[in-house]
Ligand binder design. Structure first.
Ligand code: F6P
Length: 297
């Protein structure tokens, strides 16, 4: 979790907090929102739900949340608060305006649920005097300060099952399959699925050296030994799966297909692990806001 301290103010408890989800949605975001709202309301805070992430904050798209507004969402994928990528927050005036809007609406602290870009936004807003607690929510597992990000486990399991299915048809047709998974510039989903799905090759942006000839040689070698099924898990950060499939087919004579799994990895009901982590992080995020004075310690 990220705690970004705003300006030092007088020693009274925070009464109103805002909560938003930002960037790519991730299964478990709803569970985190639920935990934030219920913990905060229980502590006597008023909770403002901010729709569509930072875009909604800048447009003052607010809704007051109660324990009832987060009923029946722990099991749901996506985010009931909606989400967006906000270009305005990348400009210097964006975070300043966001802090001004928080003050104008009596929002004394913010809880931001999102990934890398959302964390940067949270930090920038805090520079303008608003305390922000950030909860890591992204399927990519690419938030530097956290070992875990909400949504990663669900996305992994969804991708793993999809790859098993591609494997079945690939085996029947004696093909080579390149399966591309999400992850932006990070190869975590590819690495985990590559191991869990027993892939012959795993390409991750952190390690891949673009020596495609070496991959072709290994496939040709395995083919000679009688191997009929070849699974390559390719990370989005490496990309070019279709091009790669054409080149491998041309070089090895082996029918090769590319499958880009895409957005199904971001949807679906969160796994137990994602629900539990999201609930724990959501509750924990509120603690430093209400248990301490306005200045986060
Ligand atoms: O951050 C989650 C993620 O799904 C990445 O894996 C991917 O690169 C990106 O979001 C896609 O973003 P968008 O929804 O804007 O296409």
């Amino acid at each position: 979790m990220g705690i970004f301290k705003g300006k030092k103010t007088e020693e009274t408890k925070v009464k109103t907090i805002g909560v938003l989800t930002s960037g790519g949605d991730a299964p478990g975001m709803n569970a985190a929102v639920r935990a934030v709202v219920r913990t905060a309301v229980h502590a006597g805070c008023k909770v403002i739900g901010i729709r569509r992430g930072y875009s909604g904050l800048l447009e003052e798209d607010f809704t007051e949340m109660t324990t009832r507004s987060v009923a029946d969402i722990i099991q749901r994928g996506g985010t009931i608060l909606y989400t967006a990528r906000c270009a305005e927050m990348m400009r210097p005036e964006g975070p300043e305006k966001a802090a001004y809007i928080c003050r104008k609406n009596g929002i004394e602290a913010l809880v931001v649920i999102g990934g890398d870009g959302s964390y940067r936004g949270a930090y920038e807003i805090s520079k303008h005097g608003i305390n922000v607690v950030a909860i890591p929510g992204t399927i990519d597992l690419d938030v530097a300060s956290s070992d875990y990000t909400i949504g990663f486990d669900t996305a992994l399991n969804t991708a793993m099952e999809a790859i098993d299915r591609v494997r079945d048809t690939s085996a029947s047709h004696e093909r080579c399959s390149i399966i591309e998974v999400m992850g932006r510039k990070a190869g975590h989903i590819a690495l985990w699925c590559g191991i869990a799905n027993g892939a012959e090759e795993i390409l991750v942006p952190e390690r891949y050296d673009y020596e495609e000839q070496a991959i072709i040689d290994r496939i040709a070698e395995r083919k000679k030994l009688g191997k009929k099924l070849h699974i390559i898990i390719n990370a989005e950060g490496v990309g070019d799966s279709n091009g790669m499939a054409k080149r491998i087919e041309a070089a090895t004579g082996l029918e090769t297909r590319a499958t880009i799994i895409g957005y199904i990895q971001r949807g679906g009901s969160p796994t137990c692990r994602d629900r539990v982590f999201a609930s724990a992080m959501g509750a924990r995020a509120v603690e430093p806001i209400w248990t301490s004075p306005r200045r986060l310690r």
